[in-house]
Ligand binder design. Structure first.
Ligand code: PLP
Length: 382
């Protein structure tokens, strides 16, 4: 095969996908707990969403930033409104590009004495060199050293270590980058004591708080942005994944007073924002708020069902909204393959954490099916 293998993809010959299910060419059905790694809030092939994309596509597919698409203005306004503050939006094609834009902004306002960017162990912000500079997962980061200078890793959710660092270095800290629910790090929500510490140090020293909402944002946790669970006030917010409704689109939301740091010509992209992705995003920002209550209801139901599974292999069930994890006591290298054989597509991280990122409109029936399959699979493990 001529394709570089970076992911262990399933041996699945896909025919089509609908809602929370994928159908292969042999007529087999798979329950999809990935939803495109969190990029399909309304599931696969949502008819209205597809139609808005199609309508845009029939008018044009690409313009460039020299011709403004109305949807860009519309979606940007909505994103700002979701924050309840004032600011401006820069659109990118992906999450990592939104993070790069944030890092460039931070670099531009850094000074010699105030230039440290703090990030946390377990953090994932993308695969570009800039994003890897604030990546807290050793095996992803280390092969690519040296990365950007002046970044500092602190242990996630360790308030004592954080306070001790800040006592000495708060003055030289320009920014802190945070996933309020770590995704690739193992679905780990921020604890409230840690959130308070971040809020207090930020109030005293006015460093920028960057909330990476690429995975946990856009309704995934039952609020538009996951930081809203923790009463944090970010200055910069990155979103992507669910934003385009399945098509590539990311955004850096820059709140005042940081909305005018970039000047014309200082950043940009040929393709971003793609007009068809923007049509998807318009549908997403218009329809997501009405879905939020249901995300919480489904989350409570899914958590309850997961908690009722009869298995002594489970160490922990955690997460917020429909960003959930079932952590096992030990690693099972064949777990995802066994699940695949049983018609369930699961993402297993670190060998033993089953990360569930289903579509936000997943039905109870599919939830029931998913949990039954999972329980059987766990029961069959040797
Ligand atoms: C929290 C977070 N930040 C950044 C990224 C990178 O986004 P992308 O893969 O679109 O570059 C991801 C992707 O999984 C993510 O989960």
């Amino acid at each position: 095969m001529s394709l570089l293998k970076l992911y262990s993809s399933f041996p699945l010959k896909i025919d089509y996908a609908q809602k929370s299910q994928i159908f292969d060419k042999n007529g087999r059905v798979y329950i999809d707990t990935f939803s495109g790694i969190g990029a399909l809030p309304f599931g696969h092939s949502h008819p209205e969403l597809i139609n808005t994309m199609k309508r845009k596509m029939e008018r044009y597919t690409h313009l460039s930033n020299f011709i403004l698409d109305d949807d860009a203005v519309y979606v940007a306004q909505k994103l700002i409104r979701f924050t309840g503050q004032k600011g401006l939006v820069y659109f990118s094609n992906s999450g990592a590009e939104a993070i790069e834009a944030a890092l460039k902004l931070i670099r531009k306002i850094s000074t010699k004495g105030k230039n440290k960017i703090v990030y946390f162990s377990g953090a994932f912000h993308g695969r570009t060199l800039g994003a890897l500079s604030i990546n807290g997962i050793k095996k992803q980061r280390e092969p690519f050293l040296p990365l950007l200078s002046d970044t500092v890793e602190l242990p996630f959710n360790d308030t004592n270590r954080f306070n001790a660092y800040m006592e000495e270095h708060a003055k030289s800290t320009i920014a802190l980058v945070l996933e309020t629910v770590q995704g690739a790090g193992g679905v780990k929500p921020l604890n409230s004591e840690f959130a308070n510490a971040i809020r207090n140090w930020k109030q005293r020293y006015n460093f920028l708080l960057v909330c990476d909402e690429i995975q946990a944002g856009m309704g995934r946790t039952g609020k538009i942005f996951s930081y809203q669970h923790f009463s944090l006030s970010p200055d910069l917010i990155t979103v992507a994944k669910a934003l385009g409704g399945g098509l590539p689109l990311g955004a850096l939301i820059m709140l005042e007073p940081y909305s005018d740091v970039f000047k014309p010509g200082e950043h940009g992209s040929t393709f971003a924002p793609n007009p068809v992705s923007l049509a998807g995003a318009r549908y997403v920002v218009d329809n997501l708020p009405a879905l939020l209550d249901d995300v919480i209801i489904k989350s409570d139901y899914l958590k309850k069902r997961l908690g009722e599974m009869k298995s002594d292999r489970i160490a922990d069930i955690r997460g917020i909204g429909l960003m959930l994890a079932v952590e096992l006591k030990q690693s099972y290298p064949a777990l995802a393959d066994i699940a695949f054989e049983n018609g369930l597509l699961i993402n297993v991280i670190q060998g033993k954490i089953i990360r569930l990122l289903p579509a936000l409109n997943i039905s109870r029936k599919i939830i029931n099916n998913m949990v039954e399959k999972l329980e059987n699979i766990l029961g069959s493990l040797q």
